[in-house]
Ligand binder design. Structure first.
Ligand SMILES: Cc1cc2nc3c(=O)[nH]c(=O)nc-3n(C[C@H](O)[C@H](O)[C@H](O)COP(=O)(O)OP(=O)(O)OC[C@H]3O[C@@H](n4cnc5c(N)ncnc54)[C@H](O)[C@@H]3O)c2cc1C
Length: 539
């Protein structure tokens, strides 16, 4: 097949879900392009392999932000997946839809069809929740969603302690009750990572109307007049073009989609001209509104029965590896965290604006790529503010697509956000000092008991704060002057071009961002199908 109706750029979380949905119609010919290589590797399939992929050179874009003044002039490392499955092939596999209010907020910002009631059918259709379907959850969908195969006693104690500090216990944070504390769910099937590629594309690879090319770095979108007609790409060191009869769809993620748009002449006019790019459409919002969850980690030295650090270090790690190979169970089959608590930083918040995540293990990442599990029993607890008010930018550094754009997240530039995160750290301490988890704490290691005043905590945040790797918002959906796409995800000001990935989120969702991004792909396929059916009827 050398003629395509839809060319999708990026086989990540949204791109894979979209390719599956579009190819459901045998009359549509789909090309899915991925810059990175295949993902068929042991450490991609193995949930604990996330640690090995964090600094991986081949399957990861390895971005860095600009040095951030408010974080002691530190640049920050931002991994993004560069392989089939995109970031869902390297992520922590936590599956959280977000709060219904997030989607109602999108709708109320001028995006009809995106309220929770509207997107719930997409969330249900896309998943196979292992506990079974109900009014909120789906069964039989492509993406497997499972409970942790091992639930540690300390995780139960964390839940109980959080309950005693006033949080409700939620049995299913993707169901009727989001806010509260409970076990997380993960996109894991039979002890193996279930990336968007594994779930949506791999099972339908034999479809004659779906073609997937890896190792294809798209350079720019080609236009005839104002209509997108294809893409220019580099494949096996050769430049070539591919035409799209109907549409080009950018699903290259929150960093590369705005970069590609700008390189193709759609973006802030002044910035484009500075780089010698001809302006096709002056769209001031492209690359603006960069949002992310600012992540703070705290660590507690624990009693030996409270942590599984010992099981995945020293000689015991070989037994654990053997167990995983034989059964696909055990600690190597777990996602990045076990428990989440959704908490309000202030009573006036309409719903929880902090996510606290608990894991009965601790580790350190080193820039040389090594990940070391700590040599003593430890419990890790992190927090991030879910709906930050400060936003940053993705801007061009060069007109060369191989040069990473300038990433400026603007963390901690707003007192409201700072206060919220400080409240989150205090809430972690309150929980960890409450029975029954308190009896498992030997000492607070990070930040340590000396870090007590707001100023001390702020300095700790400056020195250690990281990204939760939930970048979004850089091609915002909406109807104001900075909206890049409309509510059908069509790029404003041109024709035949959409953006379908985390960059269209007007505001980040209240949780990890993979599930809502996959939902965006599912929903986009539905929108496109509606339009083609409508045009057939009109014809
Ligand atoms: C380390 C890490 C841990 C995370 N943990 C979690 C978690 O536990 N739970 C959760 O919900 N979320 C998590 N996330 C976030 C989540 O994975 C992302 O929000 C989501 O995958 C984003 O999906 P996307 O479709 O927008 O982009 P991506 O999935 O990143 O896909 C973009 C794709 O486009 C490709 N591409 C880019 N440019 C080009 C080009 N020029 N030509 C061709 N292809 C191109 C990329 O290689 C990539 O495959 C994590 C992210 C990271 C990086």
């Amino acid at each position: 097949m050398d003629r395509f109706d839809y060319v999708i750029v990026g086989a990540g979380s949204a791109g894979c879900a979209l390719a599956r949905g579009l190819s459901d119609d045998p009359g549509k010919r789909i090309l899915l392009l991925e810059a990175g290589p295949h993902a068929n590797k042991f450490w991609v399939h193995t949930p604990a392999g996330m640690a090995k992929l964090y600094f991986n050179r081949l399957r990861n874009w390895n971005f860095h932000t600009e040095p951030m003044e408010r974080l002691n002039d530190r640049p920050m490392y931002w991994p993004r997946g560069k392989t089939l499955g995109g970031s869902s092939a390297i992520n922590g596999m936590v599956f959280i839809r977000g709060h219904p209010g997030d989607f109602d907020g999108w709708r109320d910002q001028g995006n009809p069809g995106w309220g929770y009631e509207d997107v719930l059918p997409c969330f249900k259709r896309m998943e196979n929740f292992e506990r079974g379907a109900d009014a909120w959850r789906g069964g039989g969908g492509p993406l497997n969603v499972s409970d942790p195969v091992v639930k540690e006693a300390s995780s139960y104690d964390f839940i109980e302690a959080a309950r005693r500090t006033g949080l409700a216990v939620t049995e299913d944070m993707n169901g009727a009750v989001h806010d509260g504390v409970g076990f997380m769910q993960h996109s894991i099937r039979g002890g193996r990572r279930h990336s968007a590629y594994n779930a949506f594309v791999e099972p339908v690879l034999s479809r004659p109307n779906l073609v997937v090319w890896t190792g294809c770095a798209v350079q720019r979108v080609m236009f005839e007049g104002r209509r997108a007609v294809g893409v220019e790409l580099i494949r096996e060191d050769r430049r070539q073009t591919v035409r799209a009869q109907c549409e080009v769809i950018l699903s290259a993620g929150a960093i590369k989609s705005p970069q590609l748009l700008m390189l193709s002449g759609v973006g802030p006019g002044e910035q484009l001209r500075q780089h010698g790019i001809e302006v096709l459409h002056d769209s001031p919002g492209v690359g603006e509104n960069l949002q992310d969850h600012f992540y703070i980690h705290t660590g507690f030295r624990a009693t030996s029965d409270s942590s599984y650090n010992a099981s995945i270090t020293g000689l015991r790690k070989y037994w654990e590896g053997f167990r995983y190979l034989m059964t696909h169970r055990g600690y190597l089959a777990l996602g990045s965290s076990q428990v989440a608590a959704f908490v309000k930083s202030r009573p006036e918040e309409p719903y929880a604006d902090l996510q606290i995540s608990f894991r009965p293990m601790t580790f350190n990442y080193f820039p040389n790529g090594r990940v070391e599990v700590e040599p003593f029993p430890g419990m890790g607890v992190s927090v991030y503010q879910l709906r930050p008010t400060a936003a940053g930018t993705v801007r061009l550094r060069s007109a060369d697509v191989t040069v990473d754009p300038l990433l400026t997240p603007n963390f901690l530039t707003n007192a409201y956000d700072v206060e919220a995160v400080i409240a989150g750290i205090r809430k972690i301490r309150e929980i960890m000092r409450t029975a029954p988890i308190a009896s498992r704490v030997v000492a607070e290691e990070v930040p340590g008991p000396d870090v007590e005043s707001d100023d001390d905590i702020y300095r700790f945040m400056e020195e250690t704060g990281n990204s939760a790797h939930h970048q979004g918002g850089t091609c915002k959906m909406g109807n104001d002057g900075t909206a890049v796409v409309d509510h059908r995800l069509r790029v404003r000001g041109v024709e035949g071009l959409r953006v379908v990935d985390a960059s269209i989120m007007p505001t980040l969702t209240s949780g990890n961002t993979n599930a809502p991004t996959i939902m965006i792909g599912v929903k986009a396929a539905e929108l496109i199908a509606q339009e083609t059916t409508a045009s057939l009827v009109a014809y």
